[in-house]
Design a protein around this ligand. Sequence first.
Ligand code: FPP
Length: 248
Amino acid sequence: MDGAGELLKHETDTRRAPRHVAIIMDGNGRWATQRGRPRLFGHHAGAKRVREVVEACPDLGVKYLTIFAFSTENWKRTQVEVAGLMSLFRRYIAKEARALFEKGVRVRFIGDRVQLDAKLIALMDELEQLTAGNDGVNLTIALNYGGRDEVARATKRLAEDVAAGKLDPADVDQETLPKYLDTYVLPDPDLVIRTSGEARISNFLLWQSAYAEYEFIDTLWPDFTHEEFARLVAGFGARERRFGSVPA
Ligand code: FPP
């Protein structure tokens, strides 16, 4: 079978779909600047793309989708942009909650909530509770998330358990730390996509992505479509994953 035929075969083969796809949604600012508009215009356009990608998951066989909405480093942006993003997150949750619930999506948030405002935290809690009984796509939104920060917070809790006599240091191995990470209920990502042409992982799911496949694509996030998503998922099905071993 030639390359295109092979790809088409995998397009309908959800058994080889990545169970967990994680996306770094980059390029909103540039997309807006190209149109002579403020950066927040790009973030609003980007938010609209989230629904399309979430809705594409069931047919593609993607059970877990994790999206990077705001990093622990994003506080360094201007006060206007940060406030605009926080307001966008509040509006997005309030506006999309019903549709997400009705589509069977289970929503979770990862990241450190301490620095977020009380209204946003309340909306996040409400959406998690509203969708807790759903068994469709697992959408995880990383908000004030940083991989190093997550590992540091996990390590602190692990150390507290050791100090309290609940955990024996002799029992600590590579299965222990993930239980303390924000993602403890999620499988590791199989495929990480970053839009906008940057080939960096920018502190996203550092521990969890040890064996992930990566796709760095030039498309700016507000231009990302379900067709492109389907193409990347199909491409994943055609890859051979070895997890450090040699082919059989
Ligand atoms: C990166 O683009 C994007 C962000 C920091 C924010 C991501 C947020 C959204 C897509 C909005 C909606 C999300 C949800 C969950 C409602 P950038 O600003 O770094 O773009 P640039 O690199 O072109 O400047």
